[in-house]
Design a protein around this ligand. Structure first.
Ligand code: NAD
Length: 261
């Protein structure tokens, strides 16, 4: 229980990677603020199950992080209800796929607002409290697409490269405040975000989702295996440990060799 007494806010933690990270932090003893969208009854069931399984306090807030004032309100509510905010995992993200010449402006704005601007607003809001305690962990879930590009993902790739940049700036500014700032850059993780891309590909190609999953991996990853949300959660827990106190400003790949090529 290395993180007993710590308070963690994980954005976009009602599904996929964020949920895996929230569970890993709770298992390590942290109290958790969940955030994201979904069916209220299912989220409440998930919240209660986490409290019982890990003997920690788990709260939930449905803030829409495309709106900067809601990012700030979420941070404030977490600090007020738990008395502290020690770990921020900015994870909420969306995808939109189209070539640049056809890319809708509204989708560009939405992807940038959530995948990049919300990361900035979150960091800005949590830093004063972390500085006061001389301890903090800011972990931004970027992507292999924070380091290399793929066609048809202009907003996502631009936003994720921006997240890696913002992470490095935070690390420099906070280097001697007991606060580390890192980015995790996963390759393919089989979550609802990727499943919807697989369904779209299968529909277009007239194939099955399972064969599209194999093709998706082959196109990008030397290792033909999906990363799991649990593996990303374990890396987050490690980055929160004392042993990781000098790891800062790093984009950490968990990607089956994707960016080694
Ligand atoms: P997901 O779709 O399963 O989960 C996204 C989460 O964000 C959900 O909880 C959703 O409710 C929440 N969300 C969406 N819009 C929101 C908003 N406006 N305000 C607050 N919450 C909102 O996706 P995922 O695959 O788990 O992705 C999580 C993060 O990991 C994203 O930033 C994504 O870019 C990144 N990532 C995913 C993969 C992958 O292969 N799945 C790879 C690399 C990086």
């Amino acid at each position: 229980m290395t993180l007993e007494g710590k308070v963690a806010l994980i954005t976009g933690s009602t599904s996929g990677i964020g949920l895996g990270v929230a569970r890993a932090l709770a298992a390590a003893g942290a109290n958790v603020m969940l955030n994201g969208f979904g069916v209220a009854a299912q989220i409440e069931e998930m919240r209660g199950e986490m409290e019982r399984a890990f003997c920690v306090t788990v709260h939930y807030d449905d803030a829409d992080l495309m709106k900067p004032e809601q990012v700030r309100a979420l941070v404030k509510r977490t600090q007020e209800e738990f008395g502290s905010l020690d770990i921020l995992v900015s994870n909420a993200g969306i995808q939109f796929v189209a070539p640049i010449e056809e890319f809708p402006e509204a989708q560009w704005d939405s992807v940038l607002a959530l995948n990049l601007s919300a990361v900035f607003h979150g960091m800005k809001a949590v830093i004063p409290g972390m500085k006061a305690k001389k301890w903090g962990r800011i972990i931004n879930i970027a992507s292999a697409h924070g380091l290399v590009a793929s066609a048809n993902k202009v907003a996502y790739v631009a936003a994720k490269h921006g997240v890696v940049g913002a992470t490095k700036v935070g690390a420099l500014e906070l280097a001697n405040d007991g606060i580390t700032v890192n980015a995790i850059c996963p390759g393919w993780v089989l979550t609802p975000l990727v499943e919807s891309q697989l369904v779209a590909r299968a529909k277009e190609a007239g194939t099955e989702v399972s064969s599209e999953a194999a093709k998706l991996l082959e196109e990008k990853q030397p290792m033909l295996k999906f990363t799991t949300p649990e593996a990303v959660g374990a890396m987050v827990v490690y980055l929160c440990s004392d042993e990781a106190q000098t790891i800062t400003g790093s984009p950490i790949s968990i990607d089956g060799g994707w960016v080694a090529q």
